[in-house]
Write a protein that binds this ligand. Structure first.
Ligand code: HXC
Length: 513
């Protein structure tokens, strides 16, 4: 081996050691993998090409010039997942706690720029103590450079963030701008200010886990879309998620091979109780409608009264937004509206057709909802579905009442195909409430108010609590038996495959944020 080769190999070996064996051992002891181990699991074998392995920091304060680690706390490059190009950065906690220096930020920005130019997703594996304290404002600038790129890339290429360690302070805002966040239970946390600051400012005693652990963000705040049991599960989730989405906004999602077979699903009818007040699990209906085992639920533990996620229908990727009668009767409230809107916008940005399943009693009443802005937040879902130009199919499985009927991808707001089951009730409001309002005088004047009420409820139910009034006006394209629903969706999405629809030219809309 000649001297030059020796020098190069020594440098490569040093870079691969990160912060050194003791720190790697400490990382493993915490149940965490190293930055390089994570990349190895993430990418197809032998596809990783590293960029910037020999980059080092430029800080000379606090004796930092003597502490140099090649790569400077982040491994960056490109490779393949299931044969498709991706760009990746993986923060190395063994080097200054994965903290972000000027050069660390430059490395991330470099691969983000390449990802944008070449139209492929960026995956960030975050494990960092935040801004490199020794570098001060230079580090803050580095963060802002990343935020700016995150925002420019939004809606152009998919951006996925895995949180695999600390993520605190302003550092949380890069993942927050990306499309999906997944966190690892017990070893990752995200917060703007940690437990100590919280204690000082609000006198609350709270642990890191409780304040910003995976479970908290998956169920309470909705900040994370997925909570994964461990790092390997988290990395596998990234790969699975990517299988539903295209490389960039100009492309379509990959289509999987599928041979048509008997597509009748008689079980669906049995899943939906005839009594409109009885709950059922919409996820069971989804499982029947979609290709076997293809449903990947997003935001599973947050705002459970709406279900969102990716699935496949005859091999085609779709996004599903569905009311969930098993949780709060499927009512729309602030959180479910935000959840549905965000998911809808992702699907629309990346050409993923939408299936909207409707069983909704309306919007949730109450001071809590009104004072916290159900008007603005409910409008988010309405706006998102109105502006979505991807193929959109609606299936009303049971109730579609009031404003929620309009919001849930009605014909009026641009749905391409609207189906309803024969037991569907499409009306301004439930029969009893409606009758009590419009026939109050008649009922009060009656000798037997209870009988009068019942008579009017029956009259109203017969007239309006069915799909036929809507179907007679073309608001519903077809009333279908539940067993043929999957067949209809396969045909519908195939027919809509080349849909072209455009919104008026403008800089951007003004969604009620
Ligand atoms: C430089 C850092 C660092 C940082 C950790 N290290 N954070 N070096 N800048 N921000 C170094 C430590 O000195 C240590 O070095 C090694 O990383 C591991 O850290 P430990 O503290 O030993 O690890 P652990 O006990 O696991 O604790 C992890 C931690 C803690 C909770 C993340 O390190 C911590 O609180 N760090 C500071 C967090 C912080 O305040 N960051 C700035 C936030 S403000 P050695 O040599 O011993 O291995 C911010 C603003 C961003 O980020 C704004 C964007 C707009």
């Amino acid at each position: 081996m000649n001297k030059q080769t020796e020098i190069l190999q020594a440098k490569i070996a040093a870079a691969k050691k990160g912060g050194g064996e003791p720190r790697i051992a400490s990382q493993h002891k915490k149940g965490k993998l190293t930055a390089r181990e994570r990349i190895q699991i993430l990418l197809d074998d032998n596809t990783f090409e590293e960029i910037g392995m020999l980059v080092s920091h430029r800080c000379t304060d606090f004796g930092m010039e003597k502490e140099q680690y090649l790569g400077d706390g982040v491994v960056t490059g490109y490779g393949k997942i299931h044969g498709r190009l991706v760009y990746v950065f993986s923060q190395d906690f063994t080097v200054f706690g994965g903290s972000l220096s000027e050069t660390h930020a430059e490395k991330i920005c470099k691969i983000m720029d390449m990802a944008m130019q070449n139209g492929a997703p960026v995956i960030g594996l975050n494990d960092s103590g935040g801004a490199r304290i020794q570098e001060g404002v230079v580090s803050l600038g580095g963060y802002a450079d990343i935020f700016y790129r995150n925002t420019k890339a939004s809606g152009v290429i998919p951006q996925l963030s895995a949180i695999m360690g600390p993520c605190a302070g302003g550092a949380v805002y890069s993942p927050a701008i990306t499309d999906f966040i997944m966190m690892v239970e017990h070893t990752s946390y995200m917060f703007v200010t940690g437990p100590n600051v919280v204690k000082t400012v609000t006198h609350e005693d709270v642990s890191s886990e409780e304040l910003g652990g995976a479970h908290t963000h998956a169920s309470k705040s909705g900040v994370t879309h997925f909570a994964c049991a461990n790092e390997v599960e988290c990395i596998n989730n990234i790969k699975k998620l990517l299988s539903y989405i295209p490389q960039n906004c100009e492309e379509k999602a990959p289509k999987y091979a599928y041979t048509l077979q008997n597509e009748l699903r008689p079980k669906i009818e049995k899943l939906i109780p005839l009594n409109a007040n009885q709950p059922y699990d919409m996820k069971e209906v989804i499982a029947e409608l979609c290709d076997e085992e293809s449903f990947l639920e997003v935001h599973k533990d947050y705002a459970e009264n709406i279900v969102v996620g990716f699935a496949r229908i005859a091999g085609r990727s779709i996004g599903i937004v569905a009311n969930q009668p098993a949780s709060m009767a499927g009512v729309l409230d602030i959180n479910s509206s935000k959840k549905g809107a965000r998911f809808t916008r992702f699907c629309d940005a990346f050409n993923i057709p939408l299936l909207v399943l409707v069983d909704v009693p309306g919007f949730l009443p109450g001071t809590d909802q009104e004072w916290n802005g159900i008007i603005t937040n409910g409008a988010k879902l309405l706006y998102a579905l109105c502006e979505a130009t991807v193929p959109k199919i609606t299936l009303i499985t049971r109730k579609a009442y009031g404003g929620a009927y309009d919001v849930m991808n009605s014909k009026h707001i641009g749905a391409d195909l609207n189906y309803a089951f024969p037991n569907a009730e499409i009306a301004v409001m439930g029969a009893k409430g409606a009758v009590e309002l419009i026939f109050k005088n008649v009922i009060d004047a009656s000798e037997n108010p209870a009988a009068a009420l019942e008579e009017k409820v029956t009259e109203y139910t017969d007239k309006f609590a069915n799909p036929y009034s809507a179907a007679s006006r073309g608001f519903i394209d077809e009333v279908i038996q539940p067993q043929v629903a999957r067949e209809k969706l396969i045909k519908g999405f195939t027919m809509l495959e080349n849909k072209v629809a455009q919104m008026p030219k403008r800089k951007h809309g003004n969604i009620p944020l």
